[in-house]
Design a protein around this ligand. Structure first.
Ligand SMILES: [Zn+2]
Length: 253
């Protein structure tokens, strides 16, 4: 059963975070690259952590007893990973990408992750929350706390990326509002999903893990390794991972 009150609470929290954050980058026009990189590193580690520590083990637990179970989880994970690859590829082709040149070098403001891809990812951020709680109260809480925590870097990055690459404040504001609303929408759709069919829960969870692995390993980490070759940024990736591991181990199974 979906706890509607709880879902509304998390919808308010995850939808509100980007709006609060909005004040800071807009006020300062652009936050420093260094801070953005550190926070995105934390985000990459958190997404990796909840996929490997929470979501995938949970979906494997759910299919225990089904002889095809582990294969279904593998298919769900691959569908999430490859699906997001296709989404980003389509968006990039259609959007012409936001690349511009500086000193003859191509600069892409967080390239593939920028804009619309970030909005699609934000939807999955919300979608996974009711699925997590349906799998179990403890795992649901870890997933939700981790998602809420990583929404801060998400919003910072989204706002500063869009400010860096878009000239009009109106478009930036529209984009930030879109990234604020997509997570609550994801929570709503996820609630309908778990209400409609319990059988699809492990595959839905695996799908989310697949998209998180993609964002972490294919979007964030390569971009950070390429642009911010500092030990501190690498440490922030480990830091995010350790935070999730600690949350998972501290909360009762
Ligand atoms: Zn996110």
């Amino acid at each position: 059963m979906v706890d509607i009150g709880l879902m509304l609470l998390w919808a308010a929290i995850t939808g509100g975070t980007p709006l609060v954050i909005l004040v800071i980058p807009l006020a300062r026009s652009r936050i420093s690259d260094r801070v953005t990189h550190l926070m995105l590193g934390l985000s990459a580690g958190i997404l990796l952590g909840i996929s490997l520590f929470d979501i995938l083990p949970e979906s494997l637990d759910l299919v225990r007893g089904n002889p095809q179970g582990s294969r279904l989880v593998a298919i769900g994970t691959a569908a999430g990973f490859l699906g997001l690859l296709l989404v980003e590829r389509t968006l990039l082709t259609r959007g012409g990408s936001q690349a511009h040149f500086e000193e003859g070098r191509e600069i892409r403001p967080f390239g593939t992750l920028a804009m619309s891809a970030l909005a699609v990812h934000g939807f999955v951020d919300g979608f996974v929350i009711p699925l997590g709680f349906e799998a179990g109260a403890a795992v649901g809480l870890v997933i939700t706390l981790a998602i809420a925590l990583h929404q801060i870097p998400d919003s910072f990055a989204g706002a500063s990326v869009s400010i860096a690459s878009l000239r009009s404040r109106r478009i930036v504001l529209g984009f930030v509002l879109a990234t604020a609303i997509d997570t609550p929408i994801g929570i709503g759709v996820g609630s309908l999903f778990v209400t409609a069919s319990a059988a699809w829960l492990p595959i839905g969870l695996a799908f989310c893990a697949g998209t998180f692995l993609f964002v972490s390993a294919a979007d964030l980490i390569p971009e950070l390794q390429h642009r911010a070759r500092s030990l501190l940024v690498t440490a922030s990736i480990f830091g995010g991972f350790v935070i999730v591991a600690a949350l998972t181990l501290l909360l009762p199974a």
